[in-house]
Design a protein around this ligand. Structure first.
Ligand code: AMP
Length: 481
């Protein structure tokens, strides 16, 4: 068993405190290998699957090394999807919370003006998708001059999605004196070429074997005619009794039609695909994370990189045509030391895709036995009983971290010439408040926010009602989420 402790990496107290509050007890294998190397400034090529803890493996040492006083971004992370970009940003915000590290996510489909405003502030970490990052670079709204760390995450996915050209263009614009870290589940030749051209003697790290996909996830397939799929889905659900599952379809239209069929049947489910607005997508993911519904029906593009705890089953209602996509999809279950089930429906015409997947990844997917009518009936009763019970709300990882943090809204900002120092000055003049209790201060045109740590939010809020900031009385309130 792993006996190494995060303290062994000589991390500062601010970072250790966040790690502890996130509930990470011991470093995972990838963290054990990667953290010391990043701390000693080595370029890395890391072969690791999602679910191995790879985001924290780079976020922890980078947060440790960030220079807080630097005004321009120091870290750029490129990843293939908006969801992943957002999740990486959240991971940096969580790990860097007590150090007051500020991060931003920039991705398509969100109004660019909002992002431009965010990028005007002091931001240490920028996490984005290649297209939108390029867009900001071309507009001159993302400063690259101080970038010291470049992370290319899920490089193989970026290759599959045709983003590698853009990634290369971005790399060419970065300062050459930097650390480059590349993470990928597989390392195809094109990725190796990229590493050869743009990295400085990278150390290769391969994380696999004992926790391989095949060990963590029990995989089965069913051969089924297209018009029999829904019938089979019911049988599979009743005999497997998933706690929480993602069902993948090939197209948006398939997702929408399956969701309506499932709703008719009484399942608690929701759709997620690229045709939805970003705000809707984020809402659905958050609601799924909270455990509000049982089945997330999704296309590949929407679900890549999603990190939701305790997904017991992944069902490929339509088998993916891209082999890599299979591994990404099933990797949504069996995370963080859990085991999971992956069930794939294969129509006779799609059989060759299944064979390709098996050959490429060298694992065997067993053929499932169609459940008997009796088992289905029995399961249906159990399922109905379970569904009557309220779904168990899932615990949010950052809840513990955020418990003692209050975000306070202050009704004055840039237009009233308020600066972070003005807010910090007033807040620290409150009896019982130390500088360590004050977190990130964010100044917008007409309002500002300040994070207060250590459960002292109410104390600060009450005191601010009777104080002035830069000689002005201001409206204060607890910030809306
Ligand atoms: P990733 O591979 O980055 O997608 O992370 C997989 C999951 O593991 C995420 O939910 C992380 O929050 C979680 N995680 C990362 N590091 C640790 C750790 N040392 N202990 C427990 N959970 C972790």
């Amino acid at each position: 068993m792993n006996s190494l402790n995060f303290k062994d990496f000589n991390l500062s107290q601010d970072i250790l405190e966040s790690i502890e509050k996130l509930g990470y007890k011991n470093p995972s294998e990838v963290q054990e290998k990667v953290i010391p190397l990043i701390l000693s400034d080595k370029d890395l090529v890391v072969k690791a699957q999602t679910g191995s803890g790879k985001t924290a493996a780079f976020a922890i040492p980078i947060c440790e090394k960030i220079e807080l006083q630097e005004k321009y971004p120091q870290v750029l992370i490129l990843s293939p999807t908006r969801e992943l970009a957002l999740q990486i940003k959240d991971d940096f915000s969580n790990i860097g919370r007590f150090k007051r590290i500020r991060s931003a996510a920039i991705y398509g489909k969100e109004p660019i003006s909002l992002q431009i405003n965010t990028l005007k502030q002091r931001i240490h970490v920028v996490s984005g998708t290649p297209g939108r990052v390029m867009d900001h670079i071309e507009r001159g709204t993302l400063s690259l001059g101080k970038i010291k760390y470049l992370v290319i995450d899920e490089a193989d996915e970026m290759l599959n999605m045709g983003f590698i050209g853009q990634v290369t263009e971005i790399i060419k614009k970065l300062p050459t004196k930097r650390l480059t870290l590349l993470f990928s589940a597989t390392i195809p030749t094109e990725i190796l070429k990229l590493c050869d051209s743009y990295m400085n003697n990278p150390v290769s790290i391969d994380i696999q074997s004992k926790n391989s996909t095949a060990d963590r996830i029990e995989q089965t397939y069913y051969e089924v005619l297209v018009n029999e799929k829904f019938n089979l889905l019911n049988k599979v659900i009743y005999t497997n009794l998933p706690e929480s599952a993602i069902i993948f379809c090939r197209t948006k239209a398939n997702v929408d039609s399956l969701v309506s069929e499932m709703k008719n049947e009484g399942y608690s489910c929701a759709a997620l695909h690229g045709g939805m607005l970003q705000t809707e997508r984020t809402e659905v993911i958050n609601s799924f994370k909270r455990g509000d519904f049982m089945f997330l029906v999704a296309t590949d593009v929407a679900a890549r990189g999603i990190d939701v705890d305790n997904i017991t089953h992944v069902i490929n209602y339509d088998i993916p045509m891209e082999k890599e996509s299979y591994v990404h999809r099933i990797g949504r279950t069996g995370r963080a030391g859990n085991t999971g089930f992956a069930i794939t429906f294969v129509s006779p015409r799609e059989y060759r895709f299944l064979k390709e997947i098996e050959e490429y990844f060298r694992f065997e997917i067993n053929e499932g036995k169609i459940p008997s009518l009796e088992d289905v009936e029995k399961g249906k009763k159990l399922f109905a009983e379970k569904a009557r019970l309220k779904p168990k709300p899932k615990k949010s990882k950052s809840k513990e971290l955020n418990k003692e943090i209050t975000k306070i809204y202050i009704g004055a900002g840039k237009k009233k010439k308020i600066r972070p120092g003005d807010i910090a000055g007033t807040v620290s003049s409150i009896d019982g408040i130390n500088p360590e209790d004050i977190g990130i201060i964010e100044i917008q045109d007409n309002f500002s926010y300040v994070d207060i740590f250590s459960g002292k939010g109410t104390l600060v809020l009450e005191a601010l009602k009777h104080k002035t900031i830069k000689g002005k009385t201001v409206r204060v309130a607890i910030a809306k989420k």
